[in-house]
Ligand binder design. Sequence first.
Ligand SMILES: [Zn+2]
Length: 114
Amino acid sequence: MDPFPFCMSDIVGLLNLTIRRKHASSIDVDCPFCNHKKGILNINLEKNVYRCNYCDKHGGMLSLYGSCYNLSNQESYIRIVETNNTHYKIDPIYKRNYFGVLYPIYKSHICGTI
Ligand SMILES: [Zn+2]
């Protein structure tokens, strides 16, 4: 099971990244690190990873969020869970996972789409 109660499309929404192009399983956005404005940062929505083809910054969901706010992975995880409500409408089931943090899994959570 995916240990994350959120997905890359949630992070894109939280960071308010500008989407330039949409592909089958990925999107191209403006890079928040080098501020390249032509959608050169590719985000893979299936693998939940990103890479900028200009500054070569890359990583996963926590890295993308944490690098924007200068947070550790654990701080990012908690902040994302607390602030993300994109897909969440139905009663959650609480699980303890990843960093030992209690987090809700929502039945309506649908990832990989924007
Ligand atoms: Zn970049």
